[in-house]
Design a protein around this ligand. Sequence first.
Ligand code: URA
Ligand code: SF4
Length: 200
Amino acid sequence: NNGAAEFLPDRLDLNALRDAAAGCEGCDLYRNATRTVFGEGPKQARFMLVGEQPGDQEDRQGHPFVGPAGRVLDRGLQEAGIERDDVYLTNAVKHFSFTPRGKRRIHQKPTAAEIDACHPWLDAELAVVKPEVVVVLGATAARSLLGRSFRVTQHRGEPVPLGEAVAVATIHPSAVLRAPDRDEAYAGFLADLQAAARIA
Ligand code: URA
Ligand code: SF4
């Protein structure tokens, strides 16, 4: 596999991208996942939110952030005053990566090679949507968009230039759910979303 680049359509619009991504074989993740879960939201959105990869529910339903992490994200967006129709939601990696354990599918972090292989889709989404603000959710999205030396824990909530846009990194909403002190983790997550909201 040589990455997603050779699967990109000639015409860059969201429908053409979604159709082409459905057939992507740019890395091995397409083999075991149910489907490509492409980004969703209006082309005019001022905010682009970038997660890691679809989870179990997203893989089944075919939409980003429809599981437990999505509920944390929805609450955060609402409390930060970011309107849903101002948001394009996507992931750094478009197929669910997991290891089977009995009947369950255990989420696996995408590798650096998988993140790089999938980057052309994210780049194309950025080129079409041209968001003002990119909210980078966790280390995988940060690796894809801000490079391997960027540390979310050190620079979360800070505006950083990303092409024509401004990026703000925060922890992944799944990390809020796993945190020993969920309320504290959520408060930090919300503060970062509020920092992003102030930029637009
Ligand atoms: N976690 C992500 O990073 N993305 C999703 O779409 C769902 C869970
Ligand atoms: Fe293509 Fe990305 Fe899926 Fe890999 S994860 S097959 S690069 S869409």
